[in-house]
Every structure is written in structure tokens, then in C-alpha cells.
Design a protein around this ligand. Structure first.
Ligand code: NAP
Length: 254
């Protein structure tokens, strides 16, 4: 079998950075990945106590985890996050989970400042973090390969709820980036995929929006964070070894 037909490098549990890993969907992802044997670098921006508590809970169950503060709107802090995470061992995976909805107003009321704040996290930070991961994981740079999973949203295809049009556009950017980066590093041992959740019960979804699920979601309910984490864990596992450039929708049919 020549190289072009060989499976990707062995993808056993390793060190995975989860951005925004202490809350909401990120909390569920960090918890599940740790249970599956990964060492988890839990990134957070605001609440050290919550992130430390999760890292401690994982460690007490026999897993490996470290809470690392980094405001992803600051490129220097993204680089520092990857340097700190190396204390757990060589990087094997990145979950670009951190995200914000931005300022919820119509497009004509958005400003350069509200749009910059949104794109800095959802798009720029996703790309900069992926770049840091590729630099460490790519066989082109002497790495052993790895996996990147980006969090998109069904909004990328639906255009977003009222006031969230720019948010939907950032997630469309995440999906285009996922496909393009997957092509760029496909022969360097790195797979890149995205998960597109529908309405999921977290702080991001206020009760009146969650109620919408009864009518707009075919299954008639919001998703649970664990249901999103399962898809992320699958894309990080060898079970998805021939998947790259894919977007996996987890939306109750929406
Ligand atoms: P959430 O509960 O609002 O949590 C957002 C996460 O992003 C938090 O962990 C937060 O960290 C982190 N974050 C925000 N700004 C950051 C910054 N500057 N630096 C570092 N981290 C930052 O959101 P969620 O619902 O779990 O969403 C997670 C991902 O899923 C997002 O990408 C979101 O767009 C996507 N998604 C969510 C839904 C949904 O219905 N919930 C649907 C589709 C897609 P701190 O807590 O430390 O601030």
C-alpha cells in the first residue's frame, strides 16, 4: 500500500484543546473527551473557578485536565494557550467551540465595533487557533497528525434568527474554512470537520428561543449539550478516520 492509500496516522486518545471548554456545549465536550481518555486543555475567558472545578472533577475521576485562561479575541493569548497546553503533552486535537452570538439587532443597526467583536471570536480566533494546531500536528512540520473539529450552526444554512444574521454569516465562514483547511492538510495527517448544532439548551439560548423549538424543530425539542458532544467525540475518534471536510448536523431535524 503506498502512502496515498494508507490510513491517517494512528489516532488514539491524546491532548485536546477545547476552547470555551468550561461552559455549555464546551463543558459537555471536555467532560466526554476526558471520559474517553483524552487529556483536556480546558480554555476559558471569564470564570476561573468554574474551569478549575471542571478540571478538578476530571482529575478526581482519574482523567487528565488543565484549565487555561485565554481571551481568544487576543491573538497573543491564543498562542499562549497552545504553549501552556503543551504541559499536558504533544497536541493531538483542537475543538474550536468558543463562540458568541454578537449584538442581537438588525443589520442596519450593526456597527463596525459590534461586527468586529463577533468576527474576532467566531472567525478570526477559529482560524488562528487552527493555524497553531496545524503548526504542531502536521506531518509537514514534524508532527504526528491530529484532528480539528469546529463548531458551526444550522444558522449557517438558515440565515439566522432575527437579529442574528451576522452570527449566521460567521458560521458559514466556519464551514467554508472547515472544507478549505481540510483540503489543505489532508495529506499531512490532519482531519478537519465541523458539527452544526441546532437549538441547544445553554446560556446562549434564552428561554423564549428554546420555546421556539416546540414549533420549528421537527423533533419538537431543544438539543441537550451531551448530544452535541457525542458528535464531536465521534469526529475526534478513529471511527471517523475517512471523514474530513464534513459538516455533521445535530439539530433534531431542523
Ligand atoms: P455558551 O453557553 O454561550 O458558551 C460560550 C463559550 O464560549 C463559553 O465557554 C465562553 O467562555 C466561550 N467564549 C466566549 N468568548 C470567549 C473569548 N473571548 N475567549 C475565550 N472563550 C470565549 O455557548 P454554547 O451554546 O455552549 O455554544 C458553543 C458553540 O456552539 C458556539 O460556537 C456556538 O456558536 C455553537 N452553537 C450553539 C448553539 C446553541 O443553540 N447553544 C447552536 C448552534 C451552534 P467563558 O465562559 O469563559 O466566557
Amino acid at each position: 500500500m503506498n502512502d496515498a492509500h494508507s490510513p491517517a496516522p494512528a489516532q488514539t486518545p491524546g491532548v485536546v484543546i477545547v476552547t470555551g471548554g468550561s461552559r455549555g456545549i464546551g463543558h459537555a465536550i471536555s467532560t466526554l473527551l476526558a471520559r474517553e481518555g483524552h487529556a483536556v486543555a480546558i480554555n476559558y475567558a471569564t470564570n476561573a473557578a468554574r474551569a478549575e472545578a471542571l478540571a478538578r472533577a476530571i482529575t478526581e475521576r482519574g482523567g487528565r485536565a488543565m484549565a487555561i485562561r485565554a481571551d481568544l479575541s487576543r491573538p497573543g493569548e491564543i498562542r499562549a494557550l497552545f504553549t501552556r497546553a503543551h504541559e499536558l503533552g504533544p497536541l493531538w486535537g483542537l475543538v474550536n467551540n468558543a463562540g458568541v452570538t454578537g449584538t442581537k439587532v438588525r443589520v442596519e443597526e450593526q456597527t463596525a465595533e459590534t461586527l468586529d467583536a463577533l468576527f474576532d471570536i467566531n472567525v478570526r480566533a477559529t482560524m488562528l487557533a487552527a493555524g497553531e494546531a496545524v503548526r504542531r500536528m502536521s506531518t509537514r512540520h514534524g508532527g504526528r497528525g491530529g484532528v480539528i473539529v469546529n463548531l458551526s450552526s444550522v444558522a449557517a444554512r438558515l440565515g439566522g434568527l432575527p437579529g442574528l444574521v451576522p452570527y449566521a454569516a460567521t458560521k458559514a465562514a466556519v464551514e467554508a474554512f472547515t472544507r478549505g483547511l481540510a483540503n489543505e492538510v489532508a495529506r499531512e495527517g490532519i482531519r478537519v470537520n465541523a458539527v452544526a448544532p441546532g437549538l441547544t439548551a445553554t446560556d446562549m439560548v434564552p428561554p423564549e428561543t428554546a420555546k421556539l423549538a416546540e414549533t420549528v424543530v421537527p423533533m419538537g425539542r431543544v438539543g441537550h449539550v451531551d448530544e452535541i458532544a457525542q458528535a464531536v467525540a465521534f469526529l475526534l475518534s478513529p471511527a471517523s478516520s475517512y471523514m474530513t471536510g464534513s459538516v455533521m448536523t445535530v439539530s433534531g431535524g431542523r
